[in-house]
Design a protein around this ligand. Structure first.
Ligand code: ZN
Ligand code: ZN
Length: 154
């Protein structure tokens, strides 16, 4: 379960949403507000979001959370991260925080970010060589976190 901690809120998202003429239901606004509150670089599952919203005054069903996450992703407000073992995580989309990679524990889903100029360079080089236009270069690494690794060994 992710805990909420103070972080710089980004205020540009909802205004860009208004510019595109999109309107969000109160539930979707709450989901988006939650991600803005916890800040960039945090990866939440639908269950995490549902659990965090359960403390609010108004109940939101898990199905509504799923729908909201999908919609916010399709609007480009959230970035969806598909985990190798079938799970999904969502994080705040941000221009200031692009092209980062993920170490994903296949056992517990713990997700850590890293940056790598080498990965970017390899993606760019491959794209250029084959005449592709690079849009996004993201590497998701299947792995076992120290905790799960220890459990497996012992
Ligand atoms: Zn990330
Ligand atoms: Zn793990």
């Amino acid at each position: 379960m992710a805990e909420v901690q103070g972080s710089k809120p980004s205020t540009g998202l909802r205004s860009s949403l208004n510019e595109r003429g999109q309107r969000l239901t109160p539930q979707r606004q709450r989901v988006l507000a939650l991600f803005e509150q916890i800040g960039e670089g945090r990866h939440l599952s639908a269950e995490d979001v549902h659990g965090l919203l359960a403390h609010g005054e108004e109940r939101v069903s898990l199905a509504t959370v799923y729908r909201s996450l999908r919609l916010l992703s399709s609007l480009g407000l959230l970035q969806e991260l598909e985990l190798p073992e079938g799970g999904r995580r969502f994080e705040l989309a941000s221009d200031a925080h692009p092209h980062h990679h993920h170490l994903v524990c296949v056992q517990c889903g713990r997700t850590e970010e890293f940056e790598s100029a080498a990965v970017l360079a390899a993606g760019e080089q491959a794209a250029t060589t084959l005449g592709f236009l690079l849009l996004e270069c993201v590497l998701n690494v299947r792995s076992l976190c120290p905790q799960c690794r220890g459990a497996r060994a012992g």
